[in-house]
Ligand binder design. Structure first.
Ligand SMILES: Cc1ncc(C[n+]2csc(CCOP(=O)(O)OP(=O)(O)O)c2C)c(N)n1
Ligand SMILES: [Mg+2]
Length: 324
């Protein structure tokens, strides 16, 4: 997709994709509170423009994706059936990891989605390996490798940058800077808060992007992807975004004020931003928005019903698909 200007049809598509992420995550929160979803569960609400924007940049035929435990949105944007994602969250046999991975450990080899990783920083080095495999196989693929601001203080990230730069690997490192790592703000933990510059010692170019504006995500993503795909090596994109909810479902988020969150919600919301862009471009009919809302709601309700009505795995499944 070309970055510069978008038709109203494109903007409606972006709106629908971001709304799908938000409503899916809201449903997860609901099912978690009911005890249908267990374990750890990290939601993506507020960050939608990053996953939905990068979807427009990623080639479904040969690119690969890897991310952290905050992974539902990336799975959805890879085109994986929401039913299968929700079933995984509920620990059902119909889930993408047969109910054994849960929220943090989702995979789809078919879609080249390589997780879902619970270890902070792990996606950077595994993703670098995935990029090496693209180069080795000469398959023209790029690895889109996501991790958080907190992960940028982990050593393995820098070993990965060095190796990727030395070997000119086709990889785009996407730092999803939501300004908090659990309860620690970037200001309290990073000696230099310009995270896009973290590749400088390794000659890895970087760019800061307004990650709340999908158009800017796509523009930067296109540029980075063509750099990596043309053999010039890795690129870093620091997507400046924000998470509205706590770190995980068990975080009351007392380390920041309600006013701070409200300020972002009311002035920078990524979904409202697209809605306003459509309204400015051609006016907006309430019926058009309602139409998308109802389509999205049907998908999410369908996913929840499927998950609730699927069987739990039998005990013997514990020993399948594992190296022992
Ligand atoms: C190596 C390691 N250290 C600590 C943790 C505990 N932990 C889980 S998430 C997290 C914060 C990471 O924050 P960030 O990278 O900004 O990602 P975000 O959750 O904001 O998406 C920490 C410290 C972990 N999972 N792995
Ligand atoms: Mg963070």
């Amino acid at each position: 997709m070309k970055a510069q200007s978008y038709s109203v049809q494109d903007l409606f598509k972006f709106y629908g994709n971001m709304l799908l992420i938000r409503r899916f995550e809201e449903k997860c929160a609901q099912l978690y509170r009911k005890g249908v979803i267990g374990g750890f569960c990290h939601l993506y609400i507020g960050q939608e423009a990053v996953a939905a924007g990068m979807r427009e940049v990623t080639s479904p035929d040969n690119d690969s994706i890897i991310t952290t435990y905050r992974d539902h949105a990336h799975m959805l944007m890879c085109g994986i059936d929401p039913k299968v994602i929700m079933a995984e969250l509920a620990g059902k046999i119909t889930g993408c990891s047969k109910g054994k991975g849960g929220s943090m450990h989702m995979f789809s080899r078919q879609r080249r989605f390589y997780g879902g990783h619970g270890i902070v920083g792990a996606s950077s080095s595994i993703g670098t390996g995935v990029a090496f495999s693209h180069q080795y196989k000469k398959d023209d693929g790029v690895c889109f490798c996501y991790f958080g601001d907190g992960a940028t203080n982990q050593g393995q990230v820098y070993e990965s940058f060095n190796m990727a730069s030395m070997w000119k690997l086709p990889i785009v490192y996407i730092i999803e800077n939501n300004f908090y790592a659990m309860g620690t703000s970037v200001n309290r933990s990073h000696a230099n808060i310009d995270l896009y510059r973290r590749g400088e010692p390794f000659n890895v170019p970087g760019k800061a992007v307004d990650g709340m504006k999908i158009q800017e995500v796509i523009a930067a993503g296109c540029e980075a992807a063509s750099h990596a795909r043309s053999g010039k090596g890795p690129v870093i994109l620091e997507m400046r975004t924000y998470r509205y909810l706590g770190h995980s479902m068990s975080d009351p988020a007392t380390y920041r004020t309600k006013e701070e969150v409200e300020q972002v919600k009311s002035t920078r919301d990524p979904i409202e931003h697209v809605k306003n862009t459509i309204a400015k471009k051609q006016g907006l009919k309430e019926s058009e928005i309602k139409d998308i809302e109802s389509k999205v709601s049907n998908i999410v309700e369908g996913a929840a019903d499927f998950a609730l009505n699927s069987p739990t795995p039998q005990e013997k499944v514990l020993y399948e698909d594992v190296l022992i």
